[in-house]
Ligand binder design. Structure first.
Ligand code: NAI
Ligand code: MG
Length: 334
């Protein structure tokens, strides 16, 4: 029995987490859920959107599945997601993007995984005004050898574990010669330790174009924070959007799995939410704890279910609901 912290989250969070825990229970996944609060519910109860108990539970049990969290407006709290990433040093943001049956897209066969460095780069928001009149601004990007090495190694290790063939390092080292140049240099060095995995590098703007022209050439992408932010959403768009994309935030000790979409307040409580993205995140979690066969069994049931217009949710053009979809998926398990 594996203890895993469950944060249901806000808005549609409880509906989609209930769906996912029901599906995992039906698959007999050996999980003991440890409930924890974060987000609006926690804020209303304790005045703190990220209570210490929740942080302690994640610290103790190491793995969490998290529904979307509404960031309370005007509380001065920046973002719980960012706080959790920093607290547990979750330096790899991992997002698979895979063509799903029954989900219409503009593109052919896509099966790629983006590794985004989560702690540095241009994304850290270290900015200032140069002049008092605020007519000029500057922003600092940080890239270090250690932080580059650990994310690049994580991408190669994932390639080995998941039987993938190629890692593409994405950069802009022709212009940003120090920061992304260092990232590229470290990648070239680290790649020598992985002779069985092909390695190439690509400049970010060309990568964006290649991803829409020939998405099938990509297997694993590893890149710095801001490029990863943009390219991972582009990859999601190739396969049908944020509603069908799971993700993991991983460090050396802790891992947090979550859908990439938000709390969807416009449809919360109406039973319409699509649990697919959170389910895909939960399948990454099952693989992480070694329950690969159960993950594969659920994935096959998901793929069968997505083909049935009567049961898929409205965001995918179907006539179903969260409940109908969940029941149908469980019925499709074999
Ligand atoms: P959103 O992703 O919640 O919603 C955007 C649109 O997509 C809405 O029309 C919504 O109904 C739809 N949608 C999203 N997920 C869906 C699902 N599973 N099934 C069916 N339709 C779905 O983005 P929005 O509105 O910008 O943000 C709402 C709140 O979520 C904000 O408080 C934001 O801070 C938070 N948020 C939290 C994230 C997280 O916890 N990781 C990520 C993004 C936003
Ligand atoms: Mg993003």
């Amino acid at each position: 029995m594996r203890d895993i912290v469950l944060i249901k989250g806000d808005g549609i969070g409880p509906e989609i987490t209930d769906s996912v825990t029901e599906i995992l229970a039906a698959a007999k996944a050996d999980i003991n859920w440890i409930p924890a609060l974060a987000g609006m519910e926690a804020y209303e109860k304790s005045g703190n959107p990220l209570p210490d108990e929740t942080v302690e539970l994640i610290d103790k049990h190491k793995i969490a599945l998290k529904g979307p969290l509404t960031t309370p407006v005007g509380s001065g709290f920046r973002s719980i997601n960012v706080a959790l990433r920093q607290r547990f040093d979750l330096y790899s943001n991992i997002r698979p993007a895979r063509t799903l049956p029954g989900v219409p897209t503009h593109f052919g066969s896509v099966d790629m995984v983006t590794f985004r460095e989560n702690t540095q780069g241009m994304y850290i928001g270290r900015e200032r005004w140069v002049d008092e009149e605020q007519n000029q601004a500057e922003s600092i990007a940080i890239v270090s050898r250690d932080a580059s090495e650990r994310i690049i190694r994580a991408a190669f290790e994932y390639a080995i574990k998941h039987d993938r063939k190629k890692v593409t390092l994405v950069h802009k080292a022709n212009i940003l010669k120090y920061t992304t140049g260092l990232f590229l240099k470290v990648g070239q060095e680290v790649s020598k330790d992985y002779p069985d995995i092909a390695f190439n590098d690509m400049i970010v703007d060309n990568t964006a174009m290649q991803m829409v022209i020939r998405p099938e050439i990509f297997d694993i992408i590893v890149t710095t924070n801001l490029f990863g932010d943009i390219l991972s959403d582009l990859a999601s768009g190739l396969v049908g959007g944020l509603g069908v994309t799971g993700s993991a935030n991983m460090g050396d000790q802790h891992a947090m799995f979550e859908a990439v979409h938000g709390s969807a307040p416009d449809i919360a409580g109406q039973g319409k939410a699509n649990p697919t993205a959170l389910l895909l995140s939960a399948l990454m979690m099952l693989e992480h704890i070694g329950e690969t066969e159960k993950a594969e069994m659920i994935r096959k049931a998901l793929y069968r279910t997505l083909l049935d217009k009567n049961v898929i949710t409205g965001d995918l053009g179907g006539d179903g609901s969260t409940r109908i979809f969940t029941k149908a998926l469980i019925g499709n398990m074999r």
